[in-house]
Design a protein around this ligand. Structure first.
Ligand code: IVH
Length: 234
């Protein structure tokens, strides 16, 4: 596949493995913002689907080009294969859809669909990755790939201030989003949500390998910016 540079890099995420790590994450944010410990920080808590990330470039409402993550700076042009996925809108006619935007999300296979493929692939993630790398899109088309959107890269003309507003807009624009996304304030409540999701994890039809916590306010996200390879705000 042809290599193409991402206009905005696709970053990694820092990890938290305990309540302590989460508290430190918030503490660093408050320090950076010069706020005291009772300043409420609102998060968008999103179950992290264990699939393959993709960046979908739309120009004037038309799906123009789709890239894999690659090394985060440069991805592979897998447009033709992504076009076979029903969950990916090909044309978006809504007036408030930005002139140009890279919509980012996860390509994955549901566990029930994987049952029919398990002779050929080790796990759903491998199956999704293998299917996206087929030379012939007709072969990709035979695999029931799904797409859930959760963030954006480059954009021109988007007038939104909060991640939860963005997630709501994604639905209006015709994308699927994770039904378990939630806005939560305070690390105690993040932990409660974590245990709730852990209880449901077995019943989900997709594999998750964590929860992504993002500062809900885009203004604060911009203030915090990134460290080397990951945002300070997630
Ligand atoms: S946001 C700059 N949101 O996690 C913020 N990533 O990035 C990073 N992932 O390989 C992206 N669910 O494929 C974001 N709700 C979610 C996500 C999510 C899964 C994956 C993404 C990437 C990895 C780290």
């Amino acid at each position: 596949f042809k290599k193409v540079a991402h206009k905005v890099p696709m970053l990694s995420l820092a990890n938290a493995f305990s309540e302590e790590d989460l508290k430190n994450f918030e503490k660093k944010i408050l320090n950076y913002l010069d706020k005291d410990s009772n300043f409420p920080i609102e998060y968008s808590a999103e179950p992290k689907i264990d699939g393959i990330s993709a960046s979908l470039n739309y120009k004037k409402g038309k799906f123009f080009k789709g890239l894999s993550r690659g090394d985060g700076k440069e991805g592979e042009d897998i447009t033709m294969n992504l076009k076979t996925i029903n969950d990916i809108p090909k044309t978006i006619l809504k007036k408030d859809f930005p002139d140009e935007i890279d919509i980012r999300g996860e390509v994955f296979i549901q566990n029930t669909d994987f049952q029919k493929l398990k002779e050929k692939f080790a796990n759903p993630r491998n199956a999704a990755s293998g299917s996206l790398r087929q030379k012939n899109p007709e072969d990709t088309k035979k695999i029931p790939l799904k797409f859930i959107a959760y963030t954006f890269g480059f954009e021109k003309g988007m007038k939104l201030d909060f991640q939860n507003e963005f997630l709501k807009k994604l639905k209006e624009w015709g994308f699927k989003t994770n039904p378990l996304n939630k806005v939560i304030t305070g690390t105690k409540n993040l932990m409660a949500n974590y245990f709730e999701i852990e209880k449901k994890r077995d019943q989900l039809d997709f594999d998750i390998d964590g929860i992504v916590y993002k500062i809900n306010d885009f203004k604060i996200q911009r203030r915090l910016g990134n460290v080397a390879n990951a945002p300070r705000w997630a």
